[in-house]
Design a protein around this ligand. Structure first.
Ligand code: MFK
Ligand code: FAD
Length: 498
């Protein structure tokens, strides 16, 4: 008889997640925890069902149709069946709304991100536009532009799929990706005081969204980042036609293939400035920090899925006379990955707690400085770790881990996006330098000191890493190139120590 290996089985991803459950019991008041547990349990069950369904049907990808049968330009993007159910699930579980609702006060973000963490893999990266929608809502709130807040927030934070909107975040151009100061898109003001955008956006994920925040240079403004303005636009006009937008093509990507990422031309797209028509990077920064938090949470979700599958498989697969989980070296290999995942989990969910505290005004004065530094650290560290854990997971499955319809290779291909978008590892390491400068390190050190006081003295690593960082910053303060070339090492050391 030919031997047939049993496939790994995924159980309810909430019930089976010891790390998440223990964390939520500790971090949330009992009443908050009790009120959200039913939803988390449903999301955990859905995660397992969605995984099994994905293994038993043909993969599906978005399709761009540029012209209709009669020659009209339509630029229609057909989305996958899972994406078609995305709005209903988002509204039902408040995947964006929960982070902004006041019901759970300072715990709103922790509640929201627990939901996102459970749902991410099942969503086929529908979480990407959700992250950008959350980021747009946050940036609009911070801008104080009451007209745009009244117009867009009820849609972005809707609990009704019929009125829910998705937002894009259109920053990257052919010249200006990390360095958005090279943006070539021009904003032209007409005689009636209305702005129109002309240019090319090179990566626009979830182009099916109803709105976007985007950067453009007001005509005649000088070069560089500071003179860019942040604009709000709706992708279609009142009749449903594209608002001066042409979709050139969808990207042919290594991973995230269910997510439609388009190249666009803006050819007279009507747009409204979010604030003054200048300082666009400063205005979009709240969006960046929120989407970077989503990225860290979703990278954790990839790690958790990889480890759930690898541990289950190790209990089913035999080699050299015993189950893999009984082989000391295989068990130690998985345990080391699990330990790294758990450390990253604590860092990321601590960032969600801090975000909730800062946004609701429940924070100590230095929490803002700590959040400012920990956000890029959490993003850059988890992006790298997710790729490593996904790669080790392929290996933990042996040859099966290299075979497409086991589902394992996709985890690795998808993971590779986390360190690239929303700021690469190096760009975020430089952002950490930016945040630690201008006395940021003092605030971080005080906030860390206060936390360590609360938590007891068992986290001396943070203190010594911060002291070493301070000494290093002082020693190199006059040598910008030396500072930059050491920024990645500094960031990774700090991320590991928190
Ligand atoms: C499923 C997972 C979910 C994830 C969804 C992801 C979807 C994918 C979407 C994308 O990839 S969108 C494109 C993302 N692109 C980037 O992240 C660009 C990366 N580049 C950077 O982050 C650069 O650091 C940046 C363009 C922001 C700044 O470059 P500059 O030109 O050197 O800016 P500068 O002069 O240092 O900063 C301008 C202002 O912004 C300063 O404030 P002031 O004007 O008040 O002095 C900075 O302090 C402020 N700033 C910059 N980054 C900030 C920030 N403030 C707060 N937080 C930050 N992170
Ligand atoms: P570059 O800026 O050319 O970077 C190339 C390399 O140089 C990187 O390794 C980088 O770390 C390094 N580097 C750059 N500057 C420095 C420096 N000063 N010091 C040290 N190293 C440096 N963008 C959007 O705006 N909206 C979207 O919706 C969107 N969706 C995306 C979806 C996917 C699947 C992908 C892959 C990308 C998406 N992006 C989107 C684009 C993404 O944000 C950019 O690709 C990313 O910010 C990097 O920019 P770049 O491609 O121009 O790389």
């Amino acid at each position: 008889m030919d031997f047939v290996q049993t496939a790994p089985v995924l159980g309810n991803q909430y019930r089976d997640d010891r790390v998440l459950r223990a964390y939520l019991e500790r971090a949330l008041p009992r009443a908050v925890h009790a009120s959200i547990e039913g939803d988390l349990d449903e999301l955990g069950a859905h995660a397992a069902v969605a995984w099994n369904e994905a293994r038993t049907r043909m993969p599906s990808e978005p399709v761009l149709t540029q012209w209709d049968a009669w020659g009209a330009r339509i630029d229609h993007v057909g989305i996958t069946p899972v994406w078609q159910r995305g709005a209903a699930l988002t509204a039902r579980y408040g995947l964006v709304a929960a982070g902004h609702e006041t019901t759970h006060g300072a715990h709103a973000r922790t509640d929201q991100f627990a939901r996102v963490y459970l749902h991410h893999i099942a969503s086929e990266f529908y979480t990407c536009p959700l992250a950008m929608s959350d980021g747009a809502a946050t940036a609009l709130k911070a801008s104080g532009n009451s007209a745009l807040i009244e117009r867009a927030l009820p849609h972005l934070l809707s609990r009704d799929p019929a009125t829910l909107w998705l937002s894009g975040q259109w920053m990257t151009e052919t010249a200006g990706g990390s360095d958005v100061g090279d943006t070539e898109t021009i904003a032209r003001l007409d005689g009636d005081g209305r702005w129109w955008l002309y240019g090319r956006k090179w990566f626009t994920s979830a182009v099916v969204g109803e709105m976007a925040l985007t950067l453009a240079r007001p005509e005649g403004a000088p070069g560089g980042a500071d003179s860019l303005a942040l604009f709000y636009l709706e992708t279609r006009d009142a009749t449903g036609r594209w608002n001066g937008i042409r979709i050139d093509r969808l990207k042919d990507k290594l991973g995230t293939r269910e997510l439609p990422t388009a190249e666009l031309h803006l050819d007279g797209a009507y747009a409204e400035p979010v604030g003054e028509a200048v300082h666009g990077v400063r205005l979009i920064a709240p969006m960046l920090n929120v989407t970077r938090t989503w990225n860290a949470v979703c990278a954790l979700a990839t790690m958790r899925r990889c480890l759930a599958l690898a541990f289950d498989y190790a209990r089913r697969r035999h080699a050299f006379g015993r189950r893999l989980i009984e082989q000391p070296l295989h068990r130690a290999t998985l345990a080391a990955l699990q330990a790294e995942f758990e450390a990253a989990f604590q860092l990321v969910f601590f960032v969600t707690e801090l975000l909730g505290r800062v946004e609701t005004g429940a924070s100590a004065s230095d929490d803002k400085a700590l959040l400012r530094v920990l956000t890029p650290l959490a993003k850059l560290w988890t992006g790298k770790l997710a790729v490593r854990i996904a790669s080790e997971t392929c290996e933990a499955f042996g040859g099966a881990g290299y075979i497409e319809n086991t589902g394992i290779p996709q985890l690795l291909r998808d993971a590779q996006v986390y360190p690239i978008w929303e700021g690469t590892t190096n760009v975020l390491a430089l952002d950490v330098l930016r945040a630690l400068g201008a006395n940021g390190i003092d605030g971080v050190t005080r906030a860390a000191g206060a936390l360590l006081g609360e938590a007891g003295s068992d986290r001396h690593g943070v203190r010594s890493a911060l002291d070493a960082a301070r000494n290093w910053l002082v020693a190199h303060s006059a040598h910008r190139d030396a500072l930059e070339s050491g920024a990645r090492g500094l960031a990774l050391t700090l991320a590991r120590s928190f």
